[in-house]
Design a protein around this ligand. Structure first.
Ligand SMILES: Nc1ncnc2c1ncn2[C@@H]1O[C@H](COP(=O)(O)OP(=O)(O)OP(=O)(O)O)[C@@H](O)[C@H]1O
Length: 199
């Protein structure tokens, strides 16, 4: 599975005890759908090494366990459906607040100085994406990145993701939005009790 053009690959045991196998090329998007509770978020957390897993995960041909944990988590970045916020202001979550990209996603400049609690769910979702991208990952694991967004904001997020794909980012997208999975996914998988299978 770990061929020369494969950026990221995993063969791990899923939550039903089956094998979850996937591979991702640089600049490509793997879209995963599946019923609520099927284990999509758990799979992403395992790929990010945030939850324990059995099996092997490779990035750029190197096995995950040969990376320092902080290096792995800055290279394979998980953007959860309900991200955590801890600092006083939104901007304090960034080394440098990406005002231009925020504007591109339709986010008002005043959000930077607010607490995250005073942003809307959809604003927080876009801010979390910008925070994840600001870490300059090789692989971005996106958990329902447009769940709280209207169609116009979804299109803006999609455009930004497309630009990042063109620049070589690998994306694993978990979504209940089949149309988005079709539009962005170079490959589509569905997670069921029988494992990860072609959609
Ligand atoms: N920390 C946890 N401890 C115990 N069980 C958990 C934990 N996190 C998730 N689960 C359970 O694991 C199963 C899979 O959860 P997961 O969040 O991965 O599903 P999902 O496919 O992402 O669902 P959704 O589409 O609703 O977000 C669920 O039955 C859930 O209740």
């Amino acid at each position: 599975m770990v061929g020369q053009d494969v950026l990221f690959a995993a063969q791990i045991v899923d939550r039903h005890g089956g094998q979850a196998s996937l591979a991702l090329r640089s600049g490509s998007c793997l879209a995963i759908t599946g019923a609520s509770g099927s284990g999509k978020s758990t799979l992403l957390r395992r790929l990010a090494d945030l939850d324990p897993y059995e099996g092997q995960i490779h990035l750029a041909g190197r096995e995950a366990r040969t990376y320092a944990p902080c290096k792995w988590r800055s290279s394979v970045v998980y953007c959860p459906a309900e991200p955590a916020w801890w600092a006083e202001t939104v901007a304090a979550h960034f080394v440098e607040y990406p005002g231009d990209l925020a504007d591109r996603l339709g986010l008002s400049p005043d959000l930077a100085g607010r607490t995250a609690e005073r942003c809307s769910t959809g604003e927080r979702q876009r801010l979390a994406l910008l925070r994840a991208l600001s870490r300059k990952p090789a692989v971005l694991l996106l958990d329902e990145p447009t769940a709280a967004l209207d169609p116009e904001s979804t299109a803006k997020v999609e455009g930004l993701l497309r630009d990042n794909l063109t620049a070589g980012l690998g994306i694993i997208l978990v979504t209940h939005d089949s149309a988005l999975a079709d539009r962005l996914g170079d490959c589509r998988l569905v997670l069921t009790a029988a494992g990860l299978q072609p959609a």
